[in-house]
Design a protein around this ligand. Structure first.
Ligand SMILES: Cc1cc2nc3c(=O)[nH]c(=O)nc-3n(C[C@H](O)[C@H](O)[C@H](O)COP(=O)(O)OP(=O)(O)OC[C@H]3O[C@@H](n4cnc5c(N)ncnc54)[C@H](O)[C@@H]3O)c2cc1C
Length: 323
């Protein structure tokens, strides 16, 4: 293990630690002796215990977020602490809205470069080499910081597996204080998206629909199948752009990365920009009327057929089996 200190920006999902943050904590623990987590979340005993269980020995909690933007405020606190002996070897951010915001601001404050869109990190002894998927995931490039620490990485979700690695965690509460003009931006309202099943990027089963559904109201069949399988509904960008479903449903290069046990691609052609977000699924089932559709090249099970016939029949069969 080459590095001595890695910092991780930890984000909440509701009142829990987000799955993406658990992935980053696990990766950090793999590469460094000491992991420090920073968060602006409301922290209770379970939150801090989870952070320790995934390898961080210190949790620094910003106590005065006060409706300011999370990433902005966290970056100010991190920059103030990244001095002298306390400068970490690397800082990990998730490729989330707040993570990207915090990484960019920390990079500017410390005058250090940032490497984004990281999909893997390799231990090089005294540094980390990063891997980045480019051209829709068709090519990989490797990169390494040659400048002084910290190395700032923005890491795509599902790049690392969240693994428990328990250590005792010390919680420290800090005040961000006055963060200047950046603190002027405030969250005045937030809206929690309604959802009945699991989250798209955490679901064991994802049922995704594409333009092959034909029209917007057919998407309810996707939701029905997802609900029967206790999974999450997803979508290709084509139907997000068409306004059939919200952006939060989009899987792919400019949407979510998912790695479920089962991914059903229904009426989705399999453009590289879609596949880069789901090809890590353990089992891929594709339904498409065109047997030449690229999605079949990565499918474990392919059904060549019309979704209008296959999908209702599949739903009926699962319902019959459940009853
Ligand atoms: C910079 C960039 C980023 C992008 N990011 C993303 C991204 O994040 N996610 C994403 O999904 N896309 C993304 N795209 C768009 C991507 O290139 C494709 O345009 C998109 O994925 C196509 O969506 P689709 O498969 O639903 O539609 P189409 O490509 O139109 O495919 C529809 C499929 O349905 C099949 N079909 C039609 N009728 C039926 C039927 N009755 N029964 C069965 N099958 C049927 C057709 O054979 C076809 O294969 C991006 C593009 C760019 C340029």
């Amino acid at each position: 293990m080459g590095l001595s200190k890695i910092w991780v920006f930890v984000e909440p999902s509701g009142i829990k630690v987000s799955s993406g943050s658990l992935e980053l904590l696990s990766a950090a623990k793999r590469f460094a002796q000491e992991v420090t987590a920073f968060t602006t979340a409301l922290v209770d005993g379970e939150f801090s215990e989870t952070v320790g269980r995934y390898g961080a020995s210190r949790l620094i909690v910003v106590s005065d977020l006060d409706s300011r933007l999370s990433g902005t405020t966290a970056a100010a606190v991190m920059a103030a602490r990244a001095v002298g002996e306390d400068v970490p070897d690397a800082v990990f951010f998730a490729a989330s809205y707040e993570g990207r915001d915090a990484a960019g601001r920390l990079s500017a404050k410390l005058d250090r470069p940032v490497l984004t869109n990281v999909v893997n990190l390799v231990d090089q002894g005294d540094s980390l080499q990063s891997e980045h998927a480019i051209f829709g995931g068709n090519e990989m490039v490797t990169a390494r910081f040659t400048s002084s620490a910290p190395a700032i990485f923005v890491i795509r979700p599902k790049s690392f597996v969240a693994e428990e690695n328990p250590v005792a965690v010390v919680v420290e509460s800090v005040s961000a204080g006055d963060i200047g003009a950046a603190g002027g931006a405030k969250v005045i309202q937030s809206h929690a998206e309604e959802r009945s099943g699991p989250k798209l990027d955490e679901a064991a089963v994802v049922v995704a629909g594409g333009r092959g559904l034909g029209q917007a109201d057919k998407y309810q069949l996707i939701e029905e199948l997802a609900s029967l399988l206790n999974g999450a509904p997803g979508a290709s960008r084509a139907i997000v752009d068409a306004g059939w479903v919200p952006y939060a449903y989009q899987v792919g290069q400019t949407g979510k990365t998912v790695k479920p046990t089962v991914y059903l691609a229904i009426g989705i052609s399999g453009a590289t920009q879609h596949m880069v977000g789901m090809k890590g699924a353990k089992n891929i089932i594709a339904i498409n009327k065109d047997q030449e559709a690229p999605i079949f090249s990565i499918a474990d099970l392919g059904i060549v057929g019309d979704v209008q016939k296959v999908l209702p029949a599949l739903i009926d069969a699962i319902r019959a089996r459940k009853s």
